[in-house]
Design a protein around this ligand. Structure first.
Ligand SMILES: *Cc1c(COP(=O)(O)O)cnc(C)c1O
Length: 237
């Protein structure tokens, strides 16, 4: 994919988002598009930046580090969207501007202490919630989310900006809708019950389900395939 192709696809996607946002009584401008460049070579990341996007998402620390070494920051914010092991928290905050996949209080504490060590004032994060209730999915249990975020609010070197969720891998609209509704309700509950919490971001929706996610209140969609085409087979480099 080159810059022109990405721009063309982005236009179509933004129209789809605008229509879905209107159905939820909002404007398409309320929805941020985060291109997910995992699995693609650095040339694609550069093209994404030139096409006018402000941020990119990657799901592995090592892959992002290699790309960053090759390319520099490319004038965009780097978002971590994949599962992050606690022992990589220090490396993650060197590479990423935002960590969207904080799936435990223990990881949040580790990010906080690594940020403190690195003298980074505060790192924007999203708390990942397992809104679909799948056993194998990362993310916190919706029933424990308010308490978990309550604890995160005491960690001065992280700033919880909202929630992230991944829906089950299915085309069943009912299941997707229920997952996104659960995530939206989780965010509303945190806002209502945690006075110190001012998170507004709801990162939900990927290539196969972003339209439904936007109808259900998503403020950020994470798009790989639909924007950048299939990821190349095998190793990404
Ligand atoms: C890969 C990935 C995406 C994008 O996936 P597509 O289906 O290609 O749009 C979004 N979010 C996360 C967390 C991912 O790992």
């Amino acid at each position: 994919m080159n810059e022109k192709q990405i721009r063309d696809r982005a236009l179509e996607i933004r129209e789809t988002i605008a229509r879905a946002a209107e159905r939820s009584g909002r404007s398409g401008f309320d929805v941020f598009v985060l291109p997910i460049t995992k699995g693609h070579p650095t040339g694609v990341l550069e093209a994404v930046a030139r096409a006018g996007f402000e941020a990119i998402g990657e799901n592995r620390v090592a892959e992002a580090e290699t790309k960053l070494a090759e390319l520099g920051r490319a004038g965009v914010r780097w978002h971590m969207v994949g599962h992050l092991q606690r022992n990589k928290a220090g490396r993650a905050i060197q590479t990423f501007d935002v960590i969207e996949s904080v799936d435990s209080v223990r990881l949040a504490r580790r990010l906080h202490s690594e940020a403190e060590k690195a003298e980074r004032p505060s790192i924007p994060i999203l708390a990942q919630v397992n809104a679909g209730g799948e056993e194998q999915k990362s993310g916190m249990d919706p029933a424990q989310l308010v308490d978990a975020i309550g604890e995160m609010l005491n960690l001065g070197h992280i700033r919880v900006q909202g929630l992230m969720t991944m829906a089950p891998f299915t085309t069943e609209e009912r299941v997707l809708r229920r997952t996104f509704t659960t995530a939206r309700e989780c965010l509303a509950r945190c806002q209502a019950e945690l006075p110190g919490f001012d998170g507004r971001t709801l990162s939900m929706g990927m290539s196969n389900d972003f339209e439904i996610a936007v109808e259900e209140g998503s403020t950020e969609v994470r798009l790989g395939t639909v924007l950048l085409g299939e990821r190349p087979e095998g190793r990404w480099i």
